[in-house]
Design a protein around this ligand. Structure first.
Ligand SMILES: NC(=O)C1=CN([C@@H]2O[C@H](COP(=O)(O)OP(=O)(O)OC[C@H]3O[C@@H](n4cnc5c(N)ncnc54)[C@H](OP(=O)(O)O)[C@@H]3O)[C@@H](O)[C@H]2O)C=CC1
Ligand SMILES: Cc1cn([C@H]2C[C@H](O)[C@@H](COP(=O)(O)OP(=O)(O)O[C@H]3O[C@@H](C)C(=O)[C@@H](O)[C@H]3O)O2)c(=O)[nH]c1=O
Length: 294
């Protein structure tokens, strides 16, 4: 079974490549520029440059590879950049998704789109798959547009929504809340951390395993694949400091009213993962256990 991953240089993409190779899939890892995978994988693996915003490039790679499954993880994921550079956000997250989806409809048989808790407005929290979406940032809106396109597609699809992904930085991947807190405190910096956002932080390997289950079961539809502990970023920061014996007094508790970022974050998200548990047999590890694996 040949699986093509877009955005394979990313936090999810690198771990996904490793886990799918461990499960003997043939993996075509694609991303912009050089591969940043910090190891030369054995097994049935190839890396190909593919900028999803370049229609000719995606068509060429997809027509040559004709993967059975496409996992579309590539995106502009910096919320504030998306807010400040809406054209680039649109070009990558919307037009890029449209392009790879069109090619998948021509050459593939299962399309898995990675989406986010930021499609919700954060008023209610504890979201299930059927809850009403209402994004409050351009990033969230661009990902919802991707979901809408996927839901009209002509091939079997799955939409995997996840939340606040953390894990070991392999090489050159985006930072995540745990790595950011750990590094900031190790450098003796004082950090302001919000205590009124609620998330279900997701260990990156659990997310990758959840996606592998979807491939294995050829599952279709929307799935919330996240951790199972409801935590605020402030809780996460304190747990990270305790775990790595760092100075928690450098963590200043703030709330979203004082903490200004260009892109609005939904206050309360977090996912109910019963559907993934029941239909996929997905079971994430507790956050404290995730910290032990870093
Ligand atoms: N991280 C999180 O907390 C969450 C992430 N998600 C979703 O998960 C997916 C994976 O995100 P994650 O791995 O965490 O984030 P990363 O930013 O680490 O990975 C995204 C990857 O997409 C690549 N990319 C960006 N633009 C293009 C393009 N035009 N063509 C090809 N590749 C491109 C980036 O490449 P480059 O490295 O060169 O910039 C990067 O490697 C995304 O779709 C994101 O929306 C959803 C919820 C939470
Ligand atoms: C940088 C920073 C973050 N935070 C909090 C806010 C936020 O909840 C959490 C992570 O902050 P960031 O801005 O790095 O992450 P953020 O951009 O909010 O993370 C998002 O990434 C995209 C890809 C998603 O899809 C979302 O699910 C979510 O994970 O930490 C602080 O409290 N203080 C800070 O100085």
């Amino acid at each position: 079974m040949k699986v093509l991953i877009t955005g394979a240089n990313g936090l999810l993409g690198q771990h996904l490549t490793k886990i799918l190779l461990d499960r003997n899939y043939q993996v075509i890892a694609t991303s912009r520029g050089e591969s940043r995978l910090p190891f030369q994988p054995s097994g049935n693996y190839a890396y190909r440059e593919m900028d999803i915003a370049n229609a000719l490039e995606t068509f060429a790679v997809m027509s040559q590879e004709r993967p059975d499954v496409v996992i579309h993880a590539a995106a502009m994921t910096q919320i504030d950049d998306c807010e400040l550079r809406p054209q680039q956000c649109e070009r990558i997250n919307v037009q890029g998704t449209s392009q790879i989806l069109t090619d998948a409809e021509t050459f593939s048989s299962h399309f898995i789109f990675i989406s986010t808790d930021f499609v919700f407005d954060g008023e209610q929290g504890n979201y299930a798959e059927e809850d009403e979406t209402k994004p409050i940032s351009l990033y969230g809106f661009s990902k919802l547009q991707g979901e809408s396109m996927v839901q009209t597609s002509t091939i079997p699809f799955a939409i995997v929504r996840t939340c606040l992904v953390y894990g070991n930085l392999l090489k050159g991947t985006r930072s995540n809340i745990v790595s950011w807190v750990k590094e900031s405190l190790q450098q003796g910096k004082t950090i302001q951390v919000v205590s009124d956002q609620v998330r279900t932080p997701t260990y990156v390997e659990d997310l990758a395993k959840g996606i592998a289950l979807i491939i294995e079961k050829k599952a279709t539809g929307i799935y919330h694949i996240s951790g199972k502990d409801w935590l605020t970023p402030y809780d996460i920061a304190l747990k990270t400091a305790a775990k790595f014996q760092l100075d928690a007094s450098k963590i200043v508790k703030v709330d979203a009213s004082t903490f200004k970022q260009p892109g609005r974050r939904p206050l309360k998200t977090g996912f109910i993962i019963e559907k993934a548990r029941k239909e996929l047999g997905f079971e994430p590890i507790p956050f404290d256990e995730g910290l032990n694996l870093l």
